[in-house]
Design a protein around this ligand. Structure first.
Ligand code: FAD
Length: 597
């Protein structure tokens, strides 16, 4: 990496982000899908269930399904070749940070590591060395008072601030707007990572906003509790990030989404600190101030501390799975589960494409018995039950509770599944499917190494529109890909991941072989934009939990209406009149250089 400026820094912490995370891909540096010496796909490292295992069926699936040649490599640039522009100079700010003993650095790699999230844009930019604009200096507040101080410093010295938690954003929310002329401070919350107290009586826990999900959960587990919030990004995303994006976890059916878990928030903004006077389960004091903070995506200020609900660790955790003859039966089963309110902690339905992909990702069985079992069950499903291999879909579930509760839940679900011709797929498959989620996040990097561009995006939709939305959006992605010149078959699949009384959350997975296209990223963009238009036309939402960031801003007006947007702007100008929190997420601010309104 080359940078032609002098690094200035003070008291830089040893951060896991700089030490064990990839600089241009997902997750831990030692963990990735790779091709082994026998030409099979394997997973490196030792952190996941599939680490060190071989997936003999994956390569054929990958090559046939997406028309890829794994011998063709589309290498990323090396870190040593990355050229980093000098930061916008602001000597007054640097003096201010030094005088106030605030940890900071403007070192090139430290800025780079905080310049992006994990959209396909972010990854392509990193791989091609084209990050348009980096933050100019990174600061690490150690206390809430330091956050207040840094905001004061930014106001006095004409700077902007972008808070960063785990950096797992998938909306370009962390990208520094290219039009920003002021020095931009990336406020890294990594040192605010402590649990402050656990209240066993009221089952609440107060923690600093920078605590990473897996650390929070591990510490709570040791004391006999869980917070129940388990997004797929839990290994790296933070409590403050969850609040700021209105996150949703895999087990929301039992524990709730982040907005259901939050009891109290401390929020530091240029106007001061927002905090309620009490920490009570519910309050009728006008519109809920927390709702303004939840989902604010770093545009109004900084979440510094949060009190959340906690729960005693469940006596029993059990996995389950079902196989359905087709997606429609699976969705109808989910609808019935929701209307009877018998959903287990987690319930996910994969369409046929994902089911097949999941099978392709199965590791080589190390016992002949395991492989026999799977071929016997394959025959049972296809020959005896008459399921068609190209229509089958599968659901995985997680039951948590007392032994009695779990037994009852499982029994009820097993019986109901039969009504929809569901076949019990067993605990092992359920556990495998659920845990595989964490490793699947690494798949895109393998694809990118071989010319594939891909992303997942999600929506929420009323029950009566789930099937038509899924069908239409998948069809549209295939059609649009052809129209945009994609020569190979595409991955256009979906899964239902969360159920509600009034509807469900649906994830789409889209990927294509961009080899031979000169403008792969633009093609990707056009297809995703068309897909989002289709989602909205089919009655879906702008996002169920990923949020808006910059990539979905264009649908904010349609979503909230002109008066709603005016209200958001009024809140912004009241809390942050000088637009210090200038990451340009959610809405465009009148008067700012990027304003289109
Ligand atoms: C593989 C993968 C799986 C994912 N799975 C899920 C999932 O299951 N559920 C889900 O909801 N999301 C998921 N996401 C999206 C992402 O993890 C969430 O949006 C998460 O809540 C972001 O948290 P973070 O700490 O990483 O925030 P960051 O990515 O660091 O920041 C996100 C936004 O919040 C702001 N922000 C962060 N911390 C603060 C703070 N303390 N104060 C003010 N603003 C702040 C940032 O400025 C930015 O605008 C996934 C992402 C990936 C890459």
């Amino acid at each position: 990496m080359s940078a032609s400026y002098q690094t200035i820094e003070h008291d830089v912490p040893q951060s896991y982000r700089d030490q064990i995370l990839k600089w241009n891909g997902w997750g831990y540096t030692d963990s990735q899908f790779a091709i082994n010496k026998d030409g099979h796909v394997t997973f490196t490292g030792d952190k996941y269930d599939i680490s060190g295992k071989v997936m003999p069926h994956f390569r054929p699936w990958f090559e046939n399904y997406l028309g890829i040649d794994l011998n063709y490599v589309s290498p990323a640039q090396k870190l040593s070749d990355v050229v980093i522009d000098a930061p916008v100079e602001n000597e007054d700010l640097i003096e201010f940070l030094q005088e106030n003993n605030i940890s900071f650095s403007n070192a090139a790699k430290i800025r780079l590591m905080r310049a992006h999230g994990h959209t396909v844009h972010d990854m392509v930019n990193l791989r091609e060395g084209k990050i348009p604009r980096l933050p100019d200096v990174v600061v690490w507040p150690k206390t809430e008072q330091e956050i207040v101080k840094i905001i004061e410093g930014a106001m006095s010295h004409n700077c902007a601030i972008i808070p960063i938690g785990g950096g797992t954003s998938v909306t370009n929310a962390l990208d520094t707007p290219v039009t920003e002329k002021r020095a931009v401070i990336s406020m890294d919350m990594a040192l605010l990572d402590k649990i402050l107290w656990i209240d066993r009586e009221n089952l609440t826990c107060r923690a600093q906003a920078g605590i990473v999900g897996q650390s929070l959960e591990r510490q709570l587990n040791k004391k006999g509790f869980t917070c129940g919030h388990e997004p797929d990004s839990i290994e790296f995303s933070t409590l403050g990030g969850w609040v700021s994006t209105r996150a949703s976890g895999m087990k929301k059916n039992k524990y709730g989404n982040i907005e259901d878990l939050v009891v109290h928030i401390n929020f530091v903004c240029p106007k001061g600190i927002i905090q309620k006077q009490c920490q009570v389960p519910r309050i009728s004091s006008g519109p809920d101030i927390h709702q303004v903070i939840l989902g604010s995506e770093g545009t109004f200020g900084v979440v510094s501390e949060v009190t959340i609900k906690i729960f005693p660790l469940p006596e029993v955790k059990r996995y389950g799975s079902f196989v359905f003859p087709n997606f429609e039966n699976g969705v109808n089963f989910f609808r019935e589960v929701a209307s009877r309110r018998i959903q287990p902690a987690s319930l996910r339905l994969m369409d046929n494409d994902q089911f097949v992909m999941g099978q392709a990702l199965k590791v080589a069985s190390d016992s002949w018995w395991a492989s026999l079992k799977s071929s016997v069950s394959k025959m049972y499903i296809t020959s005896w039950k008459g399921f068609k291999v190209d229509e089958i879909c599968a659901a995985t579930c997680v039951y948590e509770g007392s032994r009695d509760e779990v037994d009852q839940q499982e029994d009820r679900l097993n019986k109901l599944a039969e009504v929809f011709q569901g076949v019990i797929g067993g605990e092992e498959n359920g556990q495998y499917g659920y845990r595989l989620t964490f490793a699947i996040a690494y798949l895109r990097d393998l694809g990118m190494n071989h010319g594939v561009l891909g992303e997942s995006f999600e929506t929420s939709v009323p029950w009566d529109k789930v099937l038509s939305l899924c069908r239409n959006v998948k069809e549209l992605m295939r059609r649009e890909a052809k129209a945009q010149g994609v020569k190979h078959p595409v991955l256009a699949s979906c899964r239902v991941t969360q159920v509600y009384d009034a509807g469900a959350c649906v994830y789409f997975y889209f990927g294509f072989n961009a080899r031979g296209l000169s403008n792969g990223l633009q093609v990707y963009d056009r297809i995703e934009t068309a897909a989002r238009d289709e989602i909205i036309a089919c009655g879906g939402s702008i996002s169920h939990h990923h949020g808006v960031g910059k990539i979905r801003k264009q649908w904010m007006l349609t979503t909230n209406g002109a008066v709603g947007i005016a209200l958001l702007k009024a809140i912004k100008s009241e809390l942050d009149p000088a637009n210090i929190f200038a990451n340009a997420n959610l809405i465009d601010i009148i008067g700012s250089p990027h304003s289109k309104l």
